[in-house]
Design a protein around this ligand. Structure first.
Ligand code: FES
Length: 106
């Protein structure tokens, strides 16, 4: 499956990952800047905040309760495209996803 990370400077990281990989894990493993994943994927830090591009939003499972709470603690403003990267996995009907990385997240 393919994950594309779009950065504020116009650059894009495109990763090919195993199905079942989360957006956060893929980013951290491959050194994509702007995604930290401090809590290791427990939906408890919000440093994996991403903006999912509109065309992929409907394919995702709904925002979970823990995720919803953490999304209120993101550094960059929460929008209706906001998700926690650790809660979004590719594979299983979602062969590709594109996200925008929040600019001030380090
Ligand atoms: Fe901590 Fe996603 S890695 S909330």
């Amino acid at each position: 499956a393919k994950i594309s990370f779009h950065h504020g400077d116009g650059s894009t990281d495109v990763l090919e990952v195993e199905p079942g990989t989360s957006v956060m894990r893929a980013a951290v493993t491959n050194g994509v800047s702007g995604i930290v994943g401090e809590c290791g994927g427990q939906a408890m830090c919000a440093t994996c905040h991403v903006y999912v591009r509109q065309e992929y939003l409907d394919a995702l499972p709904p925002v979970g309760d823990d995720e919803d709470e953490m999304l209120d603690c993101t550094v960059d403003e929460r929008t209706d495209r906001s998700r926690l990267g650790c809660q979004v996995k590719v594979g299983d009907g979602l062969e590709a996803i594109e996200v925008d990385v929040p600019e001030s997240q380090v």
